[in-house]
Design a protein around this ligand. Structure first.
Ligand SMILES: Nc1ncnc2c1ncn2[C@@H]1O[C@H](COP(=O)(O)OP(=O)(O)OP(=O)(O)O)[C@@H](O)[C@H]1O
Ligand SMILES: [Mg+2]
Length: 264
C-alpha cells in the first residue's frame, strides 16, 4: 500500500466563523515533503495549517474530503502526537505565569494552556523527555522561569519545545520567527534545518523568503483561498510571480540557496 499523504484535501469548502476561506479547494502534501506556504495577509495560510492540524474541518458533503495521514476520523489527541505545531495563536493562549517546563510538558496533554494541577500528572518519563527537550533547545536554565520573564525568542523556543517533546514526524510552523531578532530567528531556523535534515515533514508559513531554509524544496502560494502557484522553489519564487500575487513590483535575489525579496 502506498504511504498515506500528510494531507489530502479534495474539493473542500472550509469556513472560518462567517468567512468562507476555501471553496472547492484541492491540495496534497506527501509525507516526505518540506513545504513553504506563502501568500498575502488573509489568503488562508493559517486556515490551511489549522486544517492540517485537525483544528478546522471542511463542510461535510459528497465527493469532498480532508484526509490527514490517510484518515478523516482522527481523535484530536492521537493526531497531536503525530504533528507538532508552533503558531502565534497558540503562543497567545498561554498564561504569562506558565514556566518553560509547564509549556513543554503541556505538549503531552495536547492541552493549550497549562493549569496548576497539570505538573502533578506528569510521569517521570515525561519529565525526563521534557528536560531533554529543554536542553536540546538551550533553554534548560529557564525551566522554572515564567513566560512573562522571558524574551519573545525564549518564549518561542518553549513553544517549539512543546511541539517537539513527542518527537513528531511532522512539524507545522505558522510564522515561527515573527517578532524575533536576527540572532534568534537564525538560531530558530538552524534548529528547523536540523529537523528537516533528520527527515521531519515540515510545513512552514512565512512572509520572509530568506527564512525558507534550503531543505524546503516546494513552495505553495495562496491568494484569496486559491492556490495560485505551486512547485519547485526556484520556479515559484520569481519576481514575476510574486509581483503578480502581491500586486506590487517585487524583485527576487538568490544567494547560496536562499532567496530574498526587495522592492522592484
Ligand atoms: N476566527 C475567524 N473568524 C472569521 N473569519 C476569520 C477568522 N480567522 C480568520 N478569518 C478570515 O479568514 C480568512 C483567512 O484568514 P487566515 O488567518 O487563514 O489568513 P492568513 O493567510 O493566515 O493571513 P496572515 O498572513 O495575515 O496571517 C481571512 O479573510 C480572515 O479574515
Ligand atoms: Mg496567518
Amino acid at each position: 500500500m502506498a504511504e498515506p499523504l500528510l494531507i489530502e484535501i479534495h474539493n473542500a469548502t472550509i469556513w472560518r466563523g462567517t468567512t468562507c476561506v476555501f471553496e472547492n479547494f484541492d491540495l496534497a502534501i506527501a509525507r516526505h515533503e518540506r513545504v513553504a506556504i506563502l501568500g498575502p495577509n488573509g489568503s488562508g495560510k493559517t486556515t490551511l495549517l489549522k486544517t492540517i492540524n485537525g483544528e478546522l474541518h471542511p463542510v461535510a458533503r459528497e465527493n469532498s474530503w480532508v484526509r490527514i495521514l490517510g484518515r478523516d476520523d482522527w481523535n484530536v489527541w492521537d493526531l497531536r502526537r503525530r504533528i507538532g505545531i508552533v503558531s502565534h495563536d497558540l503562543h497567545s493562549r498561554y498564561t504569562p505565569t506558565a514556566t518553560a517546563l509547564e509549556v513543554v510538558v503541556s505538549g503531552f496533554f495536547s492541552s493549550i494552556g497549562v493549569h496548576g494541577l497539570l505538573i502533578e500528572r506528569v510521569t517521570d518519563e515525561q519529565r525526563k523527555r521534557a528536560n531533554n527537550t529543554l536542553k536540546l533547545l538551550g533553554i534548560e536554565s529557564l525551566r522554572n522561569t515564567p513566560l512573562r520573564s522571558m524574551s519573545t525568542g525564549q518564549q518561542r523556543r518553549c513553544l517549539l519545545g512543546r511541539a517537539l517533546v513527542h518527537e513528531p514526524d511532522t512539524l507545522i510552523l505558522d510564522e515561527p520567527t515573527a517578532g524575533l531578532d536576527f540572532a534568534a530567528s537564525f538560531d530558530y531556523l538552524a534548529r528547523i534545518r536540523q529537523l528537516a535534515a533528520s527527515g521531519c515533514n515540515i510545513v512552514l508559513v512565512t512572509h520572509n523568503l530568506n527564512e525558507i531554509p534550503p531543505e524546503i524544496e516546494r513552495v505553495v502560494i495562496l491568494k484569496a483561498g486559491a492556490v495560485v502557484a505551486d512547485g519547485d522553489k526556484s520556479a515559484v519564487l520569481t519576481g514575476e510571480i510574486l509581483s503578480s500575487v502581491y500586486e506590487t513590483a517585487i524583485l527576487v535575489a538568490r544567494t547560496n540557496d536562499y532567496f530574498l525579496a526587495y522592492p522592484g
